[in-house]
Ligand binder design. Structure first.
Ligand code: CA
Ligand code: CA
Length: 505
């Protein structure tokens, strides 16, 4: 019924029919009577036809066909919500006539506010907006929806064909790049292509096959979850204090926190999100659960103010004080908020999610490397490998603060957060471990002990939760892979987000 309604709507709009009728006839032989079929837009109308002092009435039928009508002139009268369309039609012997009653005006603004046609136009408009924002995945979803609602509209068809062409071009390019990366065993490029491909074509059969082979899954929020193998690594700062001091200043305190280097065994493989949780993913949690973050309940939240991170009232995950798209990592969330997210997602998928333990975090962040950063011992100033505190932030501070800031020579392009996976992944495919946002870990913060440990969980209690990885606000010193920080679990910051782990069962 609904589809007919829509098709007839379309038919009428396309032809831009006036408020009367269109008719056609076809031969029916061997009879002195004729047939009249009445189509209408919408179908749920009342149709009366009258002739020879007789009247026929039909209501609420999908198609109004009047068989065996004596030849002659007929008055056809249709009624729909106060609108009346009257037309005359001649039934000829042995012929079949169709008339079309259009109750809707030519002007699109006169389409009823609550109708599939209106919904389709809204979807068309969203598709165009997403297209302009270069969000191909969302543009595709919107135009598909518009087409379902409103099949034959020429503008919808035009926009669909434009999006479809670009989508296919991108899918082919990504698939080519993915296959090439696999051939030359470039896991970073392979994962980046796979992740992008998943966004625009979640059911791509080739990509699904590759995911299975590589131990990658995409969860219900489309997060790429990477399988990290069980293994053993040296946790902590493997550099000497002298090497650490070369990054500037006396770093004894950091050095003490990050030593002694100790051997850690990760006894079980685990799945970890390749990027921090994005603002778009967090928004889905908020929308579906009704959860209110601690900052929104009046809790402590800090942002950039004067020179440093200070308490700034009113900041929240959806208003962190700088511009973010759905692809940026969520910030202004506390350890407790991050845990609530994990519990919600676990329930949704009937599994268990939690924040990574500090050891799980460092093991994945190192990706098999032992340097200060996974890429080596320093930042490449011409092509920074991560979103850290840089010239872009310096320029922002210069315009906003009166006190003079330390100049930073390189520019990574982002003063604040960057869309996740804007920088190259580490050898295991992890994005944004170093830089972008610092990340909540599961453990209480405590000094390291020298002994070998299997699956360390941190102490049973403490004051601060571990925060790792460095952010847009951090210098290279505090963005090293072994750098450790801690914060109260009920405090939120504009440079701290989180990523999640799913245990493999
Ligand atoms: Ca930056
Ligand atoms: Ca990070």
């Amino acid at each position: 019924m609904r589809m007919r309604w829509i098709q007839q709507c379309l038919f009428g709009l396309l032809l831009a029919l006036p408020l009367h009728a269109q008719s056609r006839s076809a031969g029916v032989s061997g009879t002195s009577r004729g047939t009249l079929t009445v189509m209408s837009m919408p179908v749920e109308c009342e149709v009366r036809i009258a002739a020879h002092d007789k009247q026929w009435i039909k209501k609420s039928s999908e198609q109004y066909t009047f068989n065996n009508l004596p030849a002659g002139e007929y008055e056809v009268s249709g009624r729909y919500v106060g609108r009346v369309v009257d037309i005359k039609v001649t039934i000829k012997p042995g012929q079949s006539q169709t008339v079309f009653l259009n109750f809707l005006a030519k002007d699109l603004s006169e389409i009823p506010a609550q109708s599939p046609a209106q919904d389709a136009l809204k979807q068309l408009s969203s598709a165009q907006t997403y297209w302009e924002q270069q969000n191909l995945a969302k543009a595709w979803d919107a135009i598909q929806e518009a087409r379902t609602l409103y099949t034959d509209d020429p503008e919808i068809q035009d926009v669909y064909s434009k999006i479809n062409t670009e989508r296919n071009r991108r899918i082919n390019a990504l698939w080519t790049s993915l296959e090439r990366a696999r051939r030359v065993k470039d896991r970073q490029v392979m994962l980046t292509s796979l992740s992008k491909l998943q966004k625009i074509s979640p059911n791509h059969p080739g990509a699904q096959q590759v995911s299975r082979e590589e131990g990658i899954t995409f969860n219900s929020l489309d997060m790429m979850m990477l399988r990290i193998k069980a293994g053993r690594f040296a946790m902590g700062c493997s550099q000497t204090l002298e090497e650490l001091n070369k990054l500037g200043g006396n770093q004894l305190k950091l050095y003490e926190n990050e030593t002694p280097v100790h051997s850690v065994t990760i006894s079980q493989p685990y799945l970890i999100s390749a990027t921090p949780v994005t603002r778009g993913q967090f928004a889905q949690f908020i929308e579906q659960s009704g959860y209110v973050t601690e900052a929104q309940r009046g809790g402590f939240v800090a942002g950039l103010s004067e020179r440093n991170m200070h308490r700034v009232k009113g900041l929240s995950w959806d208003a962190p004080g700088f511009e973010q798209s759905d692809e940026h990592p969520v910030v202004c969330v506390t350890y407790n908020d991050a845990n609530a997210f994990c519990q919600w997602l676990g329930k949704l998928e009937n599994t268990v999610y939690h924040l990574p333990t500090e050891a799980q975090w460092e093991y994945a962040a190192r990706g098999g490397t032992r340097e200060m950063f996974w890429w080596g011992q320093q930042i490449d100033k011409d092509k920074p490998q991560a979103n850290l505190s840089d010239h872009a932030l310096y320029l922002w501070k210069k315009d906003n603060f009166t006190r003079r800031q330390r100049d930073v020579k390189w520019d990574d392009g982002f003063a604040f957060t960057s869309p996740v996976a804007s920088f190259l992944a580490n050898p295991w495919g992890m994005h944004d471990m170093l830089g972008n946002v610092s990340e909540w870990c599961r453990d209480w913060f405590a000094p390291y002990s020298a002994t070998h440990i299997t699956d360390p969980q941190g102490p049973a209690q403490g004051k601060d939760r571990v925060v790792r990885g460095g952010s847009w606000y951090d210098t290279p010193v505090t963005s090293r892979v072994s750098h450790r920080g801690g914060q109260r679990g009920n405090r939120a910051f504009t440079n701290i987000g989180f990523r999640i782990v799913r245990e493999m069962r």
